[in-house]
Design a binder for this molecule. Structure first.
Ligand code: GP9
Ligand code: MN
Length: 719
């Protein structure tokens, strides 16, 4: 022990002492303050080693210095600077459950990233430990208990430490990508980067992203908007008089059916109907159900779907727009449009943490007034699955908030139970799954059935509470649940019901093609308008990019002045060329996959010639243009330069999603007899008791394990 202590009087010993102490402080932050959602031994291992590479690199810079009177102050300054970065993130995390971006630090962001409470109020007793080590080392140095080593080190030592840190980081990144593929390219959540690579690496990564984005944005000029404006106005489809305004003034309830594909509708496995309730809605005369509607998401998955439905613009060619640009993006999105045009209140209900997909920042820029995320519900123990509160509980527990929303409201529910790998506790379902040899495919039917039951419970409440008649309910699948690599296993279930998803009678296992994969990218899009009698199956081809203009027109809001890239599905001018994010596309007659054309009537490859070839080339150009115009608008944030007539830019600073219920109650009280909330209309009596669910977690006592179930962000989102 004495030898070890003696080492501290050497420069290398002092270096290792500070590195070790900083590593300990980082682990203190990880365990005491951050909630990183670690869910396996491998992830624990990565988290434990991740501070080392960057700490060696940064502290090792001092080893290049010869003079002791520079070496010691420099290494201490590096330690203090790195500790300050760590501590600022600790304080920020306590307030926002998120990590500080460069924009936050620089304060340039217009989003309210400032700490709403005073920083002092956010300190905790154990914060002393972040600084105590530095104080003790300084005192020991002043008392000459730690002597200064005047012998300088050979230059190669500094180089060796730097090389070691780069090697360490390389291994760390490799382990991270093994545990979370596409970690760097998709940036699901800042929490991932910190958990796998540490605060320093996250800050550098965010800095690089911020620089890349700000370069693109700073070089953008108003003139670049011209070409986008010209495209959008040239692509606009005028409303269909038969449908325009038929839902005006009704509440809009959007139900985001996680990973729900169209083939599930009317499907049967093991003699059971998979989604009996959604089938009823799909075939109802009060529902406009689109049978040729496609998801158009890229790597942003759910967040891409949300972006398209809320803004009428595509997600990015890679990564997630929400995550990469959302914190400082100018949106002209549904919540703000409906608020300004028709006085809608807006809210999102989601059982996951608010920071996932950077929603807590994005929704403020979109003008959402409320965001009831995981912290508003009891997500402990078996009430949650990998991505948050189970659907039956989300719908049920949301009523305490929904009932106080001023009407009309625009309320979005984002479900999670039907999410890869489709795990569900056995007490939640007795649905008999098929045996395809692929467990995620087998379980997909069980979680889809559970989601179906969840939606049915919500509809029963809407009817009992009287909300139903005064609402339009929009249901959509956000993207595929079964990825192409598992489609051959999935196809085995089609033989159980050959009338379903006709793959033209061919043996689905042996001659499955890219065309079959593409046909499975259909997702439901249903607009249920109680009281309407002339609904029915709509066969026009379309996709998620078309939803916003379609919905706005149904609500009597003309979309013409907004920069939206889709077209109203009911319009005679609706464009049936459906672009996928990778520039493939589908039309009523043909599917183009990496330039190969398939005839949709036979599923066979065709070689276009003459005018047919010209048409395919024209369609491909149209798709590329639509995507590139949308990317230009979003990547350069061109909406900064464009304010539609009568639209007021969103001031995101006015939104703070803490304490949502009190905000609702204050508004309700202030309005008094003018309050339009369900609660007020029910003579100030709660409607929660009207909600019935068979969810076992809602009936048995408080969960035995009161550990708050944090989102397990690493349940692989791609199967
Ligand atoms: C996360 C949930 C799932 O909160 O919405 O997102 P996904 O993995 O489907 O993008
Ligand atoms: Mn999703």
């Amino acid at each position: 022990m004495k030898q070890v202590i003696a080492k501290v009087h050497t420069r290398m010993g002092f270096f290792f002492l500070l590195v070790f102490l900083f590593w300990l402080k980082t682990l203190l932050a990880y365990f005491a303050d951050f909630s990183l959602g670690v869910s396996s031994i491998f992830q624990w291992f990565i988290m434990l080693i991740n501070p080392l590479a960057t700490t060696f690199l940064l502290f090792g810079l001092a080893l290049y210095v010869k003079k002791a009177k520079i070496f010691y102050p420099l290494i201490l300054l590096i330690d203090i600077g790195n500790t300050l970065l760590l501590y600022l993130n600790v304080i920020y995390y306590r307030e926002f459950s998120d990590f500080m971006t460069i924009n936050t630090m620089l304060g340039y962001s217009k989003v309210d990233q400032g700490l709403s409470g005073s920083s002092l109020a956010l300190t905790q007793p154990h914060d002393l430990l972040f600084w105590l080590d530095i104080v003790i080392v300084l005192v020991l140095m002043l008392m000459r208990k730690i002597k200064l080593d005047q012998d300088y080190l050979p230059k190669r030592l500094g180089f060796q430490v730097t090389s070691l840190s780069v090697l360490l980081f390389g291994f760390n990144l490799m382990f991270a990508e093994m545990s979370r593929p596409q970690l760097i390219t998709r940036t699901f959540d800042r929490t991932y980067i910190v958990k796998y690579l540490g605060i320093d690496a996250f800050t550098v990564y965010d800095g690089a992203k911020t620089e890349q984005t700000s370069k693109m944005r700073s070089s953008a000029t108003k003139s670049e908007l011209k070409s986008v404006e010209k495209y959008v106005h040239g692509h606009y489809a005028k409303p269909n008089k038969k449908y325009y305004g038929i839902a005006k003034g009704k509440n809009v309830i959007v139900i985001h059916l996680e990973s729900f594909q169209q083939f599930l509708i009317d499907d049967k496995v093991e003699g059971q109907t998979v989604t009996p309730f959604l089938n009823k809605i799909y075939h109802s005369n009060s529902t406009y159900s689109f049978s040729n509607f496609f998801h158009q998401v890229g790597q942003g998955k759910t967040s891409d779907a949300e972006n398209m439905l809320e803004t009428g613009t595509f997600g990015l060619p890679q990564g997630s727009l929400f995550a990469q640009l959302g914190t400082d993006q100018t949106f002209q999105a549904a919540p703000a449009i409906l608020k300004q045009e028709q006085g809608y209140t807006s809210a999102v209900f989601h059982g996951n943490v608010a920071s996932f997909w950077n929603r807590n920042n994005v929704y403020k820029n979109m003008g959402y007034q409320y965001f009831f995320s995981a912290s508003y519900y009891d997500t402990s123990g078996d009430k949650s699955t990998g991505y948050g509160l189970k659907d039956k509980l989300l719908f049920k527990d949301s009523i305490q908030y929904l009932q106080h929303l001023q009407q009309p409201f625009y309320a979005k529910y984002i479900t999670v139970s039907n999410h890869f790998p489709f795990d569900l506790d056995k007490e939640d379902s007795d649905f008999k799954v098929p045996d395809t040899g692929n467990s995620s495919v087998n379980n997909y039917f069980k979680t889809a059935n559970y989601l179906d039951q969840s939606v049915e419970e919500l509809f029963k409440f809407l009817k009992k509470s009287g909300l139903y008649d005064n609402s339009v309910i929009v249901l959509y699948g956000d993207h595929y649940g079964i990825s192409n690599s598992a489609n051959k296993d999935l196809a085995k279930t089609f033989s159980q019901d050959p009338n379903h998803f006709s793959a033209f009678g061919k043996d689905p296992v042996d001659n499955w093609t890219d065309w079959d994969d593409t046909q499975l990218q259909r997702v439901p899009f249903m607009i249920h308008v109680p009281g309407v009698k002339n609904g029915g199956i709509q066969k026009q081809y379309g996709g998620e990019i078309d939803v916003l203009p379609t919905l706005l027109h149904l609500l009597g809001v003309n979309s013409k002045k907004y920069m939206q890239f889709g077209t109203d599905l009911f319009s005679s001018q609706h464009d049936q060329v459906v672009a996928f994010r990778n520039q493939d596309f589908i039309t009523p007659n043909y599917t183009s996959i990496s330039g190969t054309i398939y005839n949709n009537a036979t599923g066979q490859i065709v070689t276009p010639t003459g005018s047919f070839k010209k048409q395919m080339e024209k369609d491909q150009k149209k798709v590329n243009k639509q995507l590139s115009m949308s990317d230009s608008l979003n990547e350069k944030n061109l909406l900064r330069f464009y304010t539609p007539k009568g639209f007021k830019p969103v001031n995101s600073k006015v939104y703070n999603y803490a304490d949502g219920l009190n905000k609702e109650l204050t508004i309700q009280k202030k309005l008094g007899l003018k309050s339009t909330s369900m609660y007020s209309k029910n003579r100030d009596r709660s409607l929660e008791s009207l909600y019935k669910t068979d969810a076992p977690e809602a009936t048995h006592s408080k969960s035995s394990n009161n550990r708050i179930q944090i989102t397990n962000p690493d349940a692989n989102t791609d199967n």
